[in-house]
Design a protein around this ligand. Structure first.
Ligand code: NAP
Length: 312
């Protein structure tokens, strides 16, 4: 039978090779009272091993959060090895940039599987263990996009809104068992993660060929990138806040960890909805030009159609 050592918190983290996940492992691994399960997809394992030394208190494992059988196998392994799981940090995430019209089913599924379905599978697999031990803390890394949706970020926002909704339900369901649930909501983070932005085929083509909606990409992409470049918040500053969250005996359901996240949450509460969206529309760069290119494209197409039907 597994000898259960309750003197150290067992913490499972996803997506640890870069950005926030990496910063979190760097900070949490300094605490001798923690045992970490540091995970990443297969192609990042070597990098992970060069960054972190495996020890009694830190193990490195492959985990793609979209592969449910691997999730259950890993959680089983932890339960057999250490007998408990105290904290799950659902950090792994991806972000598609696309207007709604350019997304395709396959890209929608990849977005949702990574940011919502994967975290849900992880939660489902650790919950029975946490219920049994009558304690635990589930930390889901959400985003400002879990409370506000911006153009070209519909699918990403949907995945974070889904995560927010389910986490709120879980808060009620887990509370009687002493299990805490927290949503960490960062705004823009000063990191390289904008380099990992994904574009579906139609969005790539439109941006390249200046097709309909290309003006959205041309205005939103540099805007988001510059906000990330100039943001005060770093993966390290956010990791420090998550470290404090883990140590809290009564952690909040929502933790806004950047200034812009706090401002957006206040604006959403204070402004009537119609005003909020009007102000946002006016403030977003290039919004006065949105629709002009597609309008132009449609006009040319309509003209061509008219002239070809006239020749017929
Ligand atoms: N950066 C921001 O401005 C920002 C703002 C708000 C919220 N967030 C959220 O913060 C979290 C961390 O993002 P970040 O800024 O640190 O970006 P990041 O550097 O791109 O980190 C995301 C990590 O998730 C991993 N990942 C992607 N798909 C995976 C999968 N199927 N299975 C396991 N791991 C996977 C990536 O690894 P691979 O190399 O294998 O892809 C990467 O290491 C995400 O949930 C993100 O949505 C970020």
């Amino acid at each position: 039978m597994t000898q259960v050592d309750t003197s150290k918190k067992i913490i499972l983290i996803t997506g640890c090779a870069t950005g926030l996940g990496k910063a979190l492992v760097e900070i949490l691994s300094q605490n001798p009272n923690y045992k970490l399960i540091v995970t990443a997809r297969a192609h990042r394992l070597e990098l992970l091993r060069t960054m972190f030394q495996e020890s009694q208190d830190l193990i490195i494992r492959e985990l793609d959060v979209t592969v449910e059988t691997n999730i259950f196998a890993l959680v089983n392994e932890i339960a057999n090895m250490w007998g408990r799981i105290d904290v799950l940090v659902n950090n792994a995430g991806i972000c598609y940039r696309s207007v709604v019209e350019h997304m395709d089913r396959e890209s929608e599924m990849i977005q949702l599987e990574t940011n919502y379905l994967g975290p849900m599978a992880l939660i489902r697999s650790v919950l029975p263990i946490m219920r049994e031990q009558m304690s635990g803390h589930i930390i889901n890394i959400s985003s400002v996009s879990g409370m506000v949706s911006m153009p070209t970020m519909g699918s990403y926002s949907a995945s974070k809104h889904a995560l927010e909704g389910a986490s709120e339900s879980l808060w009620y369901e887990a509370k009687p068992y002493g299990i805490k649930v927290s949503l960490v909501e960062p705004g823009f983070i000063n990191s390289d993660s904008f380099k990992n932005i994904l574009l579906p085929k139609k969005a790539k083509l439109s941006a390249k060929l200046r097709g309909p909606h290309s003006e959205y990409y041309l205005s939103m992409s540099p805007f988001v990138e510059s906000l990330m470049k100039w943001a005060f918040a770093t993966p390290e500053s956010i990791a420090h806040k998550i470290k404090k969250l883990i140590a809290q005996s009564n952690p909040p359901l929502r933790l806004r960890v950047t200034l812009d996240a706090k401002v957006f949450s206040i604006l959403r509460k204070l402004l009537p909805e119609f005003l909020f969206h009007k102000v946002m529309f006016l403030l977003l760069p290039g919004s006065r030009l949105w629709g002009h290119r597609s309008y132009f494209g449609n006009r040319v197409r309509a003209k061509k159609l008219n002239s070809s039907s006239a020749h017929a």
